[in-house]
Structure formats: C-alpha cells, structure tokens
Design a protein around this ligand. Structure first.
Ligand SMILES: [Zn+2]
Length: 254
C-alpha cells in the first residue's frame, strides 16, 4: 500500500493501516538529500554519509509521519531490546547495541535501518504497544522474533494471538544466497531452501512469528526484494550504500 506525505513516498502494511492510532511507514531510498552512493534518503550515520544530511533525512520522516521524535539504535545483529520513552537525546546519537525497539509513548517513532535485512513491526492493540525489530539472518538464527514476543508478554501482558505484524522488504528467495548455509543455518532452516543455496527468509520470518503464537492472518508480508528493486538500498547489490528506514509509532494525540 503506497502513500505520500510532505513529498515523501512510502509504503504501509494494509493490516497496520487499519488502526488509526498507529502510524508507520516503509521508506525507500527516494526523497532525501544525501548524494552519491547514499542518494538520497539514507538514515544511517554509520555508512560514511554526512551527519547533517542524515539528520535532515530523519527530520523529513518525522514530519511525514507527524512524530515528535525518532529513536534509532546501533544495530549489531544481537538480541538486546530497549523500551523507549523518548527520542535519541542528541543528533547523530544512536542507542548502543540494540536490535529490538519497543515503546508505549505516542509520537515516538521507532526506526529500524536496513539494506537487505528485514524490519519486522509489531502492534499490540490491546495494550497499546509497538515494537520494531532488526531481523537479519543472524537474528533469525538466534530467534529474535520469538524473543521479542516473549518480552512483550512479560512486560506488557501481550497476548501473541492479538499481535498485528508486518514483515518489511529484504532479500527475497530470488537473491538470498547462502553458500555456507550448512555452517550458518541450523538444520530446521534447510527446508526453506528454494533452489541450491537460495533461501526463503520471508517465509521463515512468517513461520517464526506463527511459532511465537501469532495468527497467520495477522501477518502482512511486503514481499519486496531489496536487491532486485532499485527503489531500495541493497548491501548485497551495491556494497557501499545507504540504509532505508522502517518506522512505527503510536499516533501523537492532538
Ligand atoms: Zn531478488
């Protein structure tokens, strides 16, 4: 589902878009001010882009979604989460070593940056909690989606069958090549091999969410491959490149 606000084009998941109290956007690389390999809506301070340009790009997202602040992290393919009440305290500051962002604070946008990894968004309509997860293959191996659901149950009494989920763009089965999968993937992942050395990591995330207790009909899948689609940054395609953003927030009350 495509939409545009304040000159920025972005995509939305139909299932999350049904909830007026939630705002979210899957942004492309278009509509920002960065140049060269980072053109143009790069949201990462860690790839060599000018910090002032990244800040302007983030400002545009805040404006497009009507947020009060944005929270982003130094994503490290780990399993740590942060429950957030305010945006990053300074420009160019990132929360250290966190891959799961959670909040109940309206207006606070949770930013996951990616260029081939998935961003997976969760919304608990019963308790008013949103989460955004940096989900690469290492996170899938480590069970990051289930870990997030367990944490939501513990902290917020979330019932997994009530959760609404969106799995963002990432490497598709067309491009997710893992030549060393026997070392990198546990045996139960091998069933996701679609042809020699290529894996369906989208279906894997969907199945992992279902195994964590989500209803299949509550899960939307973008089904967009970042390497195939020039609208998106792809590390596998370009090496030196930027990072696009996926953002979810509770709507700011006006
Ligand atoms: Zn592809």
């Amino acid at each position: 589902m495509e939409t545009a606000r304040q000159g920025l084009k972005f995509y939305r998941f139909p299932n999350l878009a049904r909830f007026p109290e939630v705002v979210h956007g899957i942004f492309t690389r278009r509509g920002g001010v960065s140049a060269g390999p980072f053109a143009s809506l790069n949201l990462s301070f860690a790839v060599g882009d000018e910090p002032e340009l990244v800040q302007e790009n983030r400002r545009r997202i805040i404006q497009a979604l009507g947020l009060s602040a944005l929270a982003g992290a130094d994503q490290v393919h780990g399993l740590k989460e942060s429950v957030l009440h305010a945006g990053n305290p300074a420009p160019a500051y990132e929360i250290p070593e966190v891959d799961i962002l959670i909040t109940q604070t309206p207006g606070l946008g949770l930013l996951i940056k990616q260029a081939d990894c998935q961003a997976v968004m969760l919304y608990d309509p019963e308790h008013g909690v949103v989460a955004n997860i940096h989900c690469g293959w290492r996170g899938q191996v480590a069970g990051i989606l289930e870990k997030t659901v367990v944490r939501l149950r513990k902290n917020f009494k979330t019932q997994p069958h009530r959760l609404i989920a969106g799995i963002g763009p990432g490497l598709g089965p067309c491009c997710a090549e893992f030549r060393h999968f026997r070392q990198e993937f546990p045996r139960q992942f091998w069933q996701y091999q679609v042809r020699p050395d290529y894996f369906d990591l989208w279906q894997l995330s969907r199945d992992q969410l279902c195994a964590a207790g989500l209803r299949p009909d509550h899960i939307n899948l973008a089904g967009v491959c970042t390497k195939c689609n020039p609208e998106f940054y792809s590390y596998r395609r370009d090496g030196l490149t930027g990072r696009q953003g996926a953002v979810i927030a509770l709507r700011l009350q006006r």
